[in-house]
Design a protein around this ligand. Structure first.
Ligand code: 0X9
Ligand code: ZN
Length: 301
């Protein structure tokens, strides 16, 4: 029903979410968890086979960075698959009988809209600071806020903002995941590009207590991902695999919510098309990523 062979703008994605709620009323509900400076909804979609609020829950956010269009599209693929396959596909059915999903498909609606209308390569949100626009939501969490891999220059692509959690976009991840408490079983933030599967920490070259367990699950996830189309992913800590990045959601999720399985995934490709991934790669990119996520979740202890 949802078309995974084209990119859709913010309004189109909102309509697709409306359709999911209407078509699967027993499975899908959505909540507006915040509003952007330009007045757009930050909307979390819950997929639950039993009404929500009881099962361990997997969090997935997409599109925190505006230009990473295959990310938002991947969350829509995941929503489509969970809903349309529940009750028919055995793997999806048992998954949703064991876990709820809370999915934020467009974590940066203003930036995403701007990337459609004005600048395809826009990254940050659209909050104004003097002559420049945009805070990087993935530097705005209160974990080592302002540390290595951030900037206090509002014109920088990695501007961390005036204060931790100054932005609606970071709060829209913080609040629903915090509200889950002990029910938060896994945390996935979906970005592009580079084909990386990453875990804490990003703020420094140090490893969390649960690092070995994270690596065990990461390997299972990456193996399942690669099994689909042969796409190679590298896994490891954010600092080791990509670069130092402080104030990010993944470090925050681990240290503040206590979730044992916090992952940041950089989808296809490795730079040939980069952020402007051709539309014919949306479906395979989403399929392989979801296969990896499902395998990882099924390996949670
Ligand atoms: O720099 C980033 O925010 C991420 N890379 S991207 O090219 N998509 O911008 C990597 C950040 C790793 N994740 C967290 N620190 N949460
Ligand atoms: Zn990103």
């Amino acid at each position: 029903e949802i078309d995974h062979t084209t990119y859709r703008d913010f309004e189109q994605l909102q309509r697709e979410i409306d359709d999911l709620e209407r078509n699967y009323p027993d499975l899908v509900s959505s909540n507006v968890v915040g509003t952007t400076v330009e007045g757009r909804d930050l909307r979390v979609v819950t997929v639950s086979s039993n009404g929500g609020n009881t099962l361990p829950t997997v969090w997935i956010d997409c599109g925190m960075h505006a230009r990473e269009w295959v990310s938002q599209a991947t969350c829509m693929y995941i929503l489509d698959t969970l809903t349309s396959q529940y009750g028919s596909d055995e793997g999806i059915t048992s998954l949703l009988d064991s876990y709820d999903f809370q999915i934020l498909p467009v974590a940066n609606p203003d930036g995403y809209s701007y990337s459609w209308t004005d600048d395809r390569l826009w990254r940050k949100n659209r909050v104004q600071s003097g002559i420049c626009y945009g805070v990087d939501p993935n530097r705005n969490f209160d974990n080592h806020f302002g540390g290595p891999g951030t900037s206090t220059n509002p014109c920088s692509q990695i501007f961390c903002g005036p204060a931790a959690f100054s932005e609606a976009e970071s709060k829209a991840v913080r609040d629903p995941t915090t509200a889950l408490g002990d029910r938060l079983a896994g945390f996935f933030t979906i970005h592009s590009y580079s084909q990386y599967w990453m875990t804490p920490y990003g703020f420094e070259y140090v490893y969390p207590v649960d690092f070995d367990e994270m690596m065990r699950v990461s390997e299972i996830g990456v193996d399942a991902l690669t099994a689909m189309y042969g796409t190679k992913f590298v896994y490891g800590s954010i600092a080791d695999v990509i670069y130092l990045a402080s104030g990010g959601s993944t470090d925050w999720a681990y240290d503040s919510t206590g979730v044992t399985y916090p992952f940041a995934i950089e989808l296809r490709d490795q730079g040939r098309y980069g952020f402007v991934l051709p539309e014919d790669q949306i479906l395979p990119t989403a399929q392989e990523a979801f296969a990896g996520i499902v395998a990882a979740v099924n390996a949670f202890q």
